[in-house]
Design a binder for this molecule. Sequence first.
Ligand SMILES: [Zn+2]
Length: 268
Amino acid sequence: MAISSESGQMLEDIVLCDTHAHLAFRQFDNDREKILREIEKGSPAFVVEVGIDVENSKKCVEIAESHQNVYASVGIHPHDSGSISGDNYLEAIRTLASSEKVVAIGEIGLDYYRDLSPRDQQRRVFSELLEVAAENDLPVIVHVRDAYEDAIEALRPFSGRSSIVVHSFSGTLGDAKMIAELGFFLGIGCPITYKRNNGLREAVRKAPLDQLLPETDSPFLPPQELRGKRNEPKNVLHVFRMVSELKGLALSDCSTALLDNARGFFRV
Ligand SMILES: [Zn+2]
């Protein structure tokens, strides 16, 4: 049975990838293996499973090491940076990062919206892990919410030194411009389909196509038509569709470009 998109294009021809998912979370306890089997069969072609603290990063590495087409990133989310003690976490992240399936450090960053960790602690952990990434020549997945100014200042010294993606980009047109000018990438998730998100769509329309990475942040941030449901990597199709529309490209051309971006960024 052929499923066609609005443009009449066969969806079987469209190769997807999801550069940001949290399949280790409990929301996937009942069907994680089913979703992982689909990924092993190539749907999506590959997924980056993203860690948020030492324990969760360990799980991400285990999942990646035991499944084809799944890669891991290891890091400490700003929400969790307040609960780490001493420097032991750095050693733990360095050890995990030595796995061949680890393709990035992240997610790390600053979140002044929820402020779940003291800001000075968020900034300290962020800069320490940016250094670990640079030392190990690993790309970085950055989480920023209501902290674009401080995050850009912290990232600026890594321009030309590390590959960096600001995941689930939610900043202004000016933030997007600044990030792109520094040579960093914008991670674009399903919020780009939300009705009120005209500003984000405008930012993506103007951003260089070769600096965009598609993602879902599953189980969070489902696309407009699935709001209230759990998000899954296959829903990254909604991102591909919206980006192709905004860029005035055929879905197949857009998917080739986004896949190339992701493969180049993570070197997979
Ligand atoms: Zn995330």
